[in-house]
Design a protein around this ligand. Structure first.
Ligand code: ADP
Length: 409
């Protein structure tokens, strides 16, 4: 054993065999031996320090989640950096029951100590932020140590907050979707009852009600269509499209397809595009759908401005990468700044009644955002109330792109 004593005094920065020997020394309970160097720690004489404190600390420092280790008297032996985030006042050598104020956790520590069986608890913290955690309190018996220090408690924590947030979002989403479907459904049922009862023989009323019912049914169909598109895009969110695609024909297809709506609204669509191809790696149908949503919105909400500009241009990201900039500008009432950050949330509308009157589902911009995310791009929105709004699709250009001339007809 004399040779082991010598190696335990090796200086810091010792070679790997010495460090390994140091780790073993610490594991075997050599008081204060540093597992990294084999050096005997100057704190080794302190009564409160657990003989394996350094080894335990170096072990739990490698864990991604918070971990705290207590001795059999409930005093803190070691904790890692993530644990300080949960309990900032943790101190080595101090009783954990004073520092950890969560009653559920304190109970679990007591139960684990008394029964020597692992315990799992969930707890919620309000300060400084709402956070949910689960904690596992596991009694561990260290081998080859003196009886007094053999029993320790390992506590590990999982932050459940992101999971809970997703659950809440899903519940909200289902509630919103059901509500959106229930409104036209209630209208349909109401009209069916009226047509079966009081308006049974009223031909004029029947014609009028059937037209309204058709409108409501169309809205339900559009809502289901948008919901399905959204979930399909989300399902494929991790698969970036890889088909080379010129954006000018996409712009032309959308502008041509919406001419009838534009005429109905007395709006002129103006298209500007560079003569050269702008090639992105994309899913044509999704990009058409996204641009259609933006132009439709401009025609619906910005009709008062009588004009909608669709402008395709070559641009650069802030990082200097080449991108396509596809802007849809209207000259309508615009959008107040407080709404801008929330517009791409599902079912968010500036004016719910206006959106419904226009046949909107509240999902259009959420869909645009998801399509762009999947293409490695992004949506930006600029608006000054009273002066219209500009919705811009930014899409990364395929690099190494040559630019042959092509006319946009
Ligand atoms: P909707 O189906 O209601 O049109 P969207 O997600 O496409 O849903 O749009 C969300 C909301 O953003 C709309 O209800 C509307 O209030 C607002 N909005 C979208 N585009 C414009 C625009 N060009 N001008 C003014 N408001 C707009």
């Amino acid at each position: 054993m004399a040779s082991e004593d010598n190696s335990a005094n090796l200086p810091r920065g010792a070679d790997w065999p010495s460090r390994l020997r140091g780790a073993w020394l610490a594991l075997l309970g050599r008081l204060g031996a540093d597992p990294a160097t084999g050096q005997v720690s100057p704190t080794s004489g302190r009564g409160a320090a657990h003989p394996q404190a350094l080894l335990i600390e170096s072990l739990i420092s490698g864990l991604p989640g918070a971990a705290i280790v207590l001795d059999r008297d409930g005093r803190v032996i070691a904790f890692n950096a993530a644990a300080s985030g949960i309990a900032p006042s943790l101190r080595r050598g101090e009783p954990a029951l004073i520092t950890l104020r969560m009653p559920e956790l304190v109970d679990a520590i007591r139960r684990a100590t008394a029964s020597r069986t692992p315990q799992r608890v969930e707890f919620f913290e309000r300060v400084p932020l709402d956070r949910w955690f689960e904690a596992f309190v596991t009694p561990v018996r260290l081998a080859n140590t003196g009886e007094a220090n053999a029993n320790i408690l390992l506590m590990t924590f999982n932050d459940l907050t992101p999971l809970r947030r997703v659950e809440e979002m899903r519940a909200d989403f289902i509630a919103n979707a059901s509500h959106e479907l229930r409104t036209p459904l209630a209208a349909l049922l109401g009209f069916i009852e009226t047509l079966q009862g009081p308006a049974k023989n009223d031909v004029a009323a029947r014609e009028k009600f059937l037209a309204i019912m058709q409108g409501q049914a169309t809205r339900m169909a559009r809502l289901i269509d948008d919901l399905l598109s959204l979930s399909r895009i989300e399902l494929n969110a991790h698969l970036q499209p890889n088909t080379p695609l010129d954006l000018a024909p996409v712009v032309k297809q959308v502008a041509d397809g919406l001419q009838t709506l534009a005429r109905d609204r007395d709006v002129t669509i103006k298209v500007a595009a560079p003569p050269d191809e702008l090639i992105v790696l994309g899913e044509r149908d999704e990009l058409v759908r996204a641009l259609e949503n933006l132009v439709e919105n401009a025609l619906k909400y910005g009709a008062a401005g009588k004009r909608v500009d669709i402008t395709l241009a070559r641009n650069q990201t802030r990082g200097g990468a080449p991108e396509a900039r596809l802007a849809v500008r209207d000259y309508g009432p615009g959008i107040a700044p407080e709404h801008l950050p929330r517009l791409t949330e599902r079912f968010y509308r500036v004016d719910v009644a206006d959106s419904r009157a226009q046949g909107g589902t509240g999902l259009g911009l959420a869909l645009v955002k998801h399509v762009l995310n999947r293409h490695g791009g992004r949506l930006s929105i600029e608006s000054t109330p009273g002066e219209g709004a500009t919705f811009i699709m930014h899409l990364p250009l395929r690099t190494g792109d040559s630019a042959p001339i092509q006319e946009l007809t």
